[in-house]
Design a protein. Structure first.
Length: 292
């Protein structure tokens, strides 16, 4: 008997739990037990850490303590947390101290100065904790993108790119996103994305009218080094076309893609899983399959 992985390698650890961030805005007291449930569900291998902003770590600690098992039971594992620092390097030291009750799975540092952010991370971040550096999109236009990526490629840290938000202007078009993806691919620089990628396929939101990128589009575009080719993949709106392209990926291609595109934050864990199941790319049935 051999067991086929419930979560294919292409999707393992892809979905960071951003439940407490917009537009989900789940209360922290609810997000903690929900995340613990994700970590013990059949799809656990797809789920990354629970993301939490620097200003809410005290609230998170209280919720984690309150959500623990009864004293007579074995203690729950430490909560895996990704620290999101929108206030820049000044938040790094205090946030790491406040995160002592947790297993820190990563740091995401927003900044306007990549060199300063790298210096702060080098100084304060434990060597075994990964980090991603995010700059405002307006600083990544023109020569700014190359300058920032060149700084990060000489560091141990990933890039981070915002692919959506709560206003239309927060969503980059295909050309802008393709420029970031291929700039990273040309340098061998890993990255994560955040916001707007809840669904697998590029689409227009029927309520807001916002143009959302699909996470399958981004995964497939991650192997491209040519901006025009990447933009074409990002523009694809057929789930059938994207699903067939995913099914045709070799093991080597999957490795290349996930070494580049490491994760994205989503306020819903259910939605991306439902999309993958609907496209025939994921089965919620974890039964072992007999060798043939």
């Amino acid at each position: 008997m051999s067991t086929t992985p419930v979560i294919p390698p292409l999707f393992q650890g892809l979905f960071d739990d951003a439940a407490v961030f917009p537009p989900g805005n789940l209360p922290v007291a609810d997000a903690v037990p929900a995340h613990r449930a994700h970590r013990t569900a059949w799809y656990a291998d797809a789920v990354g850490p629970l993301l939490c902003g620097a200003g809410r770590l005290g609230e998170l600690a209280a919720a984690a303590q309150g959500a623990g098992p009864a004293a007579a039971q074995a203690p729950a594992p430490a909560l895996r947390v990704g620290l999101v620092l929108p206030g820049g390097s000044s938040e790094l030291g205090p946030a790491l101290a406040a995160a002592a009750p947790f297993e820190v799975a990563g740091v995401e540092l927003a900044t306007r100065d990549a060199r300063e952010a790298v210096a702060a991370l080098d100084l304060l971040l434990p060597a075994d904790v990964p980090a991603a550096v995010e700059l405002p999109r307006e600083l990544l236009r023109g020569d700014g993108l190359d300058e920032v990526l060149d700084v990060l490629v000489d560091s141990p840290y990933r890039a981070k790119f915002r692919t959506g938000g709560i206003v239309a202007g927060a969503f980059p078009d295909e050309r802008e996103l393709a420029g970031f993806l291929t700039g990273c691919a040309q340098r061998g620089l890993p990255y994560k994305c955040t916001a707007g990628l809840h669904h697998a396929v590029r689409h227009t939101d029927p309520v807001t009218g916002f143009e959302h990128h699909g996470f399958l589009n981004v995964l497939l575009a991650a192997q491209e080094t040519d901006p025009a080719a990447a933009a074409e993949v990002l523009a694809e709106r057929s789930g059938e076309v994207l699903a067939k392209a995913v099914q045709a990926l070799s093991d080597r291609q999957v490795t290349v893609i996930r070494n580049s595109f490491t994760a994205f934050g989503t306020c819903s864990i259910a939605e991306p899983l439902e999309d993958l199941a609907a496209l025939g790319l994921l089965s919620p049935d974890p039964k072992p399959q007999e060798d043939r």
